[in-house]
Design a protein around this ligand. Structure first.
Ligand code: COA
Length: 147
């Protein structure tokens, strides 16, 4: 059975491996550790049979907004609703703290993630030229939670 829970120290390597495999940008070990130490409630993993198969990392901003920094599911566990469940937990966290806007950046070439966020009711609210280290562009996508 799959479960979603807060990240623990021993999950950090598995999470970094998923990030390396699935995300556009490379993130340092220090960055993961910083989020782990400073925002543990915003860093959730999906675990199945003792294995980490996905995670979401968010951060509250400006007292009104939750930013999704990273969301990734391991290859063969995609399209099984796990990304949806991680997002929904993050939205629950946002609602509890009265953060009514969820925002994220996604690469313009990342069709699967754009399809996912469209499916979740996010709308494109901006284009960021040269956002990524390799010069690639990003879309800003936003969803307003019902107040
Ligand atoms: C984006 C991502 C997190 C989605 O996770 P997931 O667990 O596969 O998503 P779900 O199974 O919950 O999908 C929910 C819905 O989103 C849409 N969706 C998800 N992946 C899709 C794809 N590849 N193509 C089209 N629609 C897709 C579908 O409507 C899907 O519902 P359905 O399977 O009933 O048709 C996953 O594809 C991923 O890890 N991608 C690589 C990392 C990444 O790009 N992260 C986002 C960066 S901001």
């Amino acid at each position: 059975m799959m479960m979603i829970r807060r990240i623990l120290t021993e999950d950090l390597d598995a999470v970094r491996a998923i990030a390396r495999e699935q995300l556009h940008e490379t993130y340092s070990e220090e960055l993961f550790r910083y989020f782990f130490e400073d925002h543990p409630g915003c860093f959730l993993v999906a675990e199945e049979k003792g294995r980490i198969i996905g995670f979401i990392l968010t951060i509250p901003q400006d007292y009104s907004m939750l930013r999704i920094i990273m969301l990734a599911i391991k290859g063969r566990w995609k399209r099984r609703g796990i990304g949806s469940q991680l997002l929904s937990q993050a939205e629950g966290y946002a609602a509890l703290r009265k953060l009514h806007t969820i925002v994220l950046e996604v690469s313009t070439g990342n069709a699967e993630a754009i399809a996912f966020y469209n499916n979740k009711g996010f709308k494109v609210t901006g284009v960021l030229r040269g956002y990524y280290n390799d010069g690639g562009d990003a879309l800003t996508m936003t969803r307003y939670l019902p107040v």
